[in-house]
Each structure stands twice: as structure tokens, then as C-alpha cells.
Design a protein. Structure first.
Length: 173
């Protein structure tokens, strides 16, 4: 039609609407995050323990990354600093990073931070405390949106050389 394309999809019980206005660039994938080693190596840090691929509970692909959070502390994260490098120049300051996060209990999670960049010292970051449509986190899968515009930057993130991603769960220990 004259407005672009729209589709409604159901994937593993999660319904999404995809809208592509005329002239909009197709999205790019930094990581599918469905293996610990398929595209770089994922590791756990902070108070995250027991990182593994979960082929029983995922939204897309063949698995999701799952970890436990130690009761002590206030943050747990997973990161990959060896992703296949992609050029995100066309998305700098106008694109958004979308991440599905499964939250088994919303009573302790206070916010989620994403870092994306050209290294673990050169990245943009943004913290959200609600889903992409500004509703409260729910038990189950939550679609999160991290807008590049308005995000903070550490070091000098080179948009044409994106190969780093970190997702941090902040919680009330």
C-alpha cells in the first residue's frame, strides 16, 4: 500500500507487529543470542552465574541465553565483545536496539541496561525500566527498546564497527 508494509506475527506465543514505512531501511541483526559461541563468545559477569543456551524457552532462532542471578548484589550481565563486526552507520542516532528478555519475577528487576559499540570501552548505553511500549515489565517475555538517539556514550563508539553487546539486569538484591 502507499504507507508501507505491516505484518502481525506469532512466534513461540509472542505476538509482534512489524511496520516498515516506505523508504525505511530494513533492520540489521547484531546478534541472535541463541548460542554461547556461534557469533563470538558470550560470557556472564557481575552476579550472573550458570550461563547456558536454552533450547526450550526462546522467541526466535533455536535457543535463548539463560543465566541465574546470585541473590547478593545488584546487577548481573551477559556480554559478547567478539561479535562479527557490522556497519550501523545508517542507524546511528536514529535506530533502536531491540532485545527480548525473559523475566521470571518482576518483583526484583528494577531496570535493564544495554550497551552496544565498537568495543567494551567505546559504546553507547541506555537503561530502560519498562517495555518498548512503555508498559511495566511482566513475568515472561518482554520486548525492550533502546533508542540510539538520546543514549549516553562512553569513549568513542564507531558506528561502522559494531561488535560489542552487553545486557545488564539491575535488581534489588
Amino acid at each position: 500500500n502507499d504507507l508501507g508494509d505491516m505484518s502481525v506475527e506469532m512466534d513461540s506465543g509472542v505476538k509482534t507487529i512489524s511496520i516498515s514505512p516506505i523508504g525505511q531501511k530494513a533492520g540489521i541483526t547484531l546478534s541472535t543470542a541463541d548460542s554461547l559461541t556461534d557469533n563470538g563468545t558470550w560470557s556472564a559477569g557481575g552476579n550472573a552465574i550458570n550461563l547456558e543456551a536454552d533450547s526450550n524457552n526462546f522467541v526466535a532462532g533455536s535457543a535463548s541465553l539463560k543465566f541465574d542471578i546470585s541473590a547478593a548484589g545488584s546487577s548481573a550481565y551477559i556480554q559478547n565483545s567478539t561479535l562479527t563486526q557490522i556497519d550501523a552507520t545508517d542507524y546511528e542516532d536514529v535506530g533502536s536496539l531491540f532485545i527480548y528478555a525473559y523475566i521470571p519475577s518482576v518483583t526484583i528487576i528494577t531496570s535493564i541496561e544495554a550497551r552496544w559499540g565498537s568495543s567494551s570501552t567505546d559504546y553507547n548505553y541506555r537503561t530502560v525500566s519498562a517495555t518498548h511500549d512503555n508498559t511495566a515489565f511482566v513475568v515472561g517475555w518482554n520486548l525492550l527498546r533502546f533508542d540510539w538517539a538520546g543514549s549516553s556514550e562512553t569513549g568513542t563508539n564507531i558506528a561502522s564497527a559494531q561488535d560489542y553487546l552487553r545486557v545488564t539486569f539491575n535488581y534489588d538484591g
